[in-house]
Design a binder for this molecule. Structure first.
Ligand SMILES: *[C@@H]1O[C@H](CO)[C@@H](O)[C@H](O)[C@H]1NC(C)=O
Ligand SMILES: *[C@@H]1O[C@H](CO)[C@@H](O)[C@H](O)[C@H]1NC(C)=O
Ligand SMILES: *[C@@H]1O[C@H](CO)[C@@H](O)[C@H](O)[C@H]1NC(C)=O
Ligand SMILES: *[C@@H]1O[C@H](CO)[C@@H](O)[C@H](O)[C@H]1NC(C)=O
Ligand SMILES: *[C@@H]1O[C@H](CO)[C@@H](O)[C@H](O)[C@H]1NC(C)=O
Ligand SMILES: *[C@@H]1O[C@H](CO)[C@@H](O)[C@H](O)[C@H]1NC(C)=O
Ligand SMILES: *[C@@H]1O[C@H](CO)[C@@H](O)[C@H](O)[C@H]1NC(C)=O
Ligand SMILES: *[C@@H]1O[C@H](CO)[C@@H](O)[C@H](O)[C@H]1NC(C)=O
Ligand SMILES: *[C@@H]1O[C@H](CO)[C@@H](O)[C@H](O)[C@H]1NC(C)=O
Length: 510
């Protein structure tokens, strides 16, 4: 008994200098550092390790953790220049993080019974890592069932060609899933992942990687780049931004997505020609759909009603329809490079009383040009649905005309009164000096008879207030006022103020 304990003590001292043996439980508050296979073998009788296990040493080529079934702590390896293989034939659980970093030659992880990693996996810069066997002997009938990971999954710059070693059956609440820069990864299949990640980023993996997220229902931010196919049939909402940029996808479809808690960004997707989010109603951030070379039609965003940020649609569009769009807190800017683009529908929509946006613009611009070639809505003459500035001008002109007519009548009245007084004073011999008096026009024979016509009357000159064409004080033309409010973003203030002011329909402050 005494000698056996001593043996364990000495062996554990070799392994960590601070090991404590407790039956098959080996505990060390400061953890176990493995710098050789001998140090690893010293733990062979420890079915449970209480503490972190750290594999370290530039001389290591292969490490086998025999006999360890549970690591109650982290398993970490870093800076092992020569390490190629880690195997743990009976390890079934790592209760905290599994970290691999900067391991230039590590190629293989053989953990055939590993079922659960209760922390996260953080693997970064393990470029040769190709073979990962997790839990492959636990259920042979399933081929490669893999390990369930409860925490974050961060797999960056590895040589992996498959993530089949991950098992999402019992997946719970990861903060982060980052799958980035894995050049051999041509398929990212996260079947079983249903909810909870506040940051899901799958970018810069194998060219045209196929992304399968068949069960994902809700998530935080989603960023997908450099993919060849994206399958997210169940996604119904995100609490943050969804960005689909720089992919080789020809279609993007999110058939169940109704709400986006951040922005919707779809840009630089060279091959994208079909964008379909038919149930999307509300976006809490911006909507940016830009620089998707082949995307000529947007007609599967039929429910979109609300956008809290700016809407920027830019591309070679022939048709854009957003029939439900009404409520934009930010700006709306549609820019097509197709000279035949027709803005009529949007012009009308934006003029409706139930539409609101900080500003509205729609146009067709050839690259590098500021000349708007789009067709625009022209109100027909008989149509009294006039735009605000036109209505204002009509009202002002009517007022001026009214004043003018009143002034005219007033002068006429004053003049007539004078004429009558003169007639009374001078009896019937009165004539208007310098007047071309015509018979029948003026009756001067009888005292007190009123003139019935003024034809040829030398009325006093009408005195104008202000210069010709001058607008009454207090009136500012809406277009100028509006153009000055446009700032930054894709709306070019200079362009608006000068050459193309008339070409853009700008509706402010509605
Ligand atoms: C492990 O336990 C076995 C049997 O109890 C014993 O023979 C062996 O020496 C132990 N190994 C170590 C490294 O303690
Ligand atoms: C696991 O890793 C995460 C992220 O680096 C860290 O926040 C957490 O404290 C780690 N857990 C343990 C037990 O070291
Ligand atoms: C399970 O993984 C080990 C490597 O740890 C491998 O040698 C073995 O062939 C695998 N078995 C199956 C059935 O995939
Ligand atoms: C996934 O892990 C659970 C237990 O963690 C297991 O029951 C299941 O068989 C594993 N494999 C698959 C494919 O679900
Ligand atoms: C994704 O993995 C699941 C098992 O986890 C499998 O049933 C399914 O066929 C895979 N899908 C694709 C497209 O590879
Ligand atoms: C447009 O997208 C292509 C890739 O699709 C990219 O190379 C280019 O830089 C993008 N242009 C702009 C202005 O972002
Ligand atoms: C675009 O995608 C939607 C949804 O996947 C599909 O219903 C529609 O037929 C596609 N349109 C074209 C022109 O391929
Ligand atoms: C329209 O988009 C093109 C790029 O496609 C850009 O060069 C141009 O400046 C944009 N014009 C406006 C008015 O937004
Ligand atoms: C919308 O665009 C305007 C001007 O381009 C900018 O000042 C503002 O910050 C943008 N709003 C959002 C939510 O991006």
């Amino acid at each position: 008994m005494e000698s056996r304990r001593w043996r364990r003590w000495s062996v554990l001292a070799m392994a960590s200098l601070a090991g404590v043996v407790n039956g098959d439980n080996c505990a060390s508050p400061s953890g176990f550092t493995i710098e050789s296979q001998a140090a690893a073998d010293a733990l062979n009788n420890c079915s449970t390790i209480n503490g972190n296990v750290n594999i370290q040493g530039n001389d290591l080529i292969q490490i086998t953790l025999n006999g360890i079934e549970t690591i109650s702590g982290n398993l970490a390896t870093s800076s092992c220049a020569g390490l190629r293989t880690i195997t743990a034939p009976v390890l079934s659980q790592i209760s905290n993080n599994f970290t691999l970093s900067s391991l230039p030659l590590l190629a293989s992880l053989g953990f055939p019974l590993l079922d659960n990693i209760n922390g996260g996996i953080y693997w970064d810069t393990v470029p040769d890592l190709t073979d990962v066997w997790f839990g492959n002997l636990t259920t042979l009938s399933h081929g490669l069932p893999g390990a369930n990971v409860d925490g974050d999954i961060s797999i960056i710059n590895t040589g992996l060609s498959s993530l089949a070693f991950l098992n999402f059956t019992h997946y719970s609440n990861p903060a982060t899933i980052w799958i980035k820069g894995n050049q051999q990864l041509s398929s990212v299949n996260l079947t079983g992942l249903s909810w909870g990640s506040n940051s899901l980023a799958i970018v810069s993996n194998g060219p045209s990687a196929q992304i399968f997220l068949p069960d994902l229902r809700s998530a935080g931010a989603i960023t997908i780049g450099n993919a060849g196919h994206i399958y997210i049939p169940s996604l119904s909402e995100t609490t943050a931004t969804i960005e689909i940029s720089t992919n080789a996808i020809d279609a993007f479809s999110a058939p169940s997505l109704t709400n986006i808690g951040g922005s919707l960004i779809v840009q630089n997707n060279d091959l994208l020609d079909n964008l379909s989010i038919p149930l999307l109603t509300s976006v809490k951030g911006d909507i940016t759909i830009a620089n998707n070379t082949l995307l000529q039609t947007i007609n599967h965003l039929d429910q979109l009603w609300f956008c809290q940020g700016n809407i920027t649609l830019s591309g070679d569009f022939s048709t854009v329809t957003l029939p439900s769009l009404r409520n934009i807190i930010g700006h709306f800017h549609l820019n097509s490079s197709n000279p035949d683009f027709d803005c009529t529908t949007f012009d009308k929509l934006s003029a409706q009383s139930d539409w609101s946006s900080s500003s509205y613009s729609c146009g067709a611009y050839l690259p590098g040009s500021t000349k708007d070639l789009a067709k625009h809505y022209q109100a027909p003459d008989h149509d009294f649905n006039l735009s605000k500035p036109v209505k204002a001008i009509i009202i002002i002109l009517s007022v001026i005309l009214g004043l003018f007519v009143s002034a005219l009548l007033m002068r006429l009245y004053v003049h007539k009164t004078r004429v009558r007084r003169g007639s009374l004073a001078r009896s019937a011999s009165w004539t208007v000096p310098g007047a071309r008096v015509e018979e029948g026009d003026v009756e001067i024979e009888e005292v007190g008879v009123t003139r019935v016509a003024e034809r040829g009357d030398p009325l006093p000159k009408y005195e104008r207030v202000g210069k010709p064409g001058e607008v009454p004080p207090g009136y500012t033309p809406t277009e100028n006022a509006g153009a000055n409010q446009v700032e930054a973003g894709n709306v070019n203030t200079e362009t608006l103020n000068n050459a193309s002011r008339r070409r853009w329909r700008l509706c402010y402050g509605r």
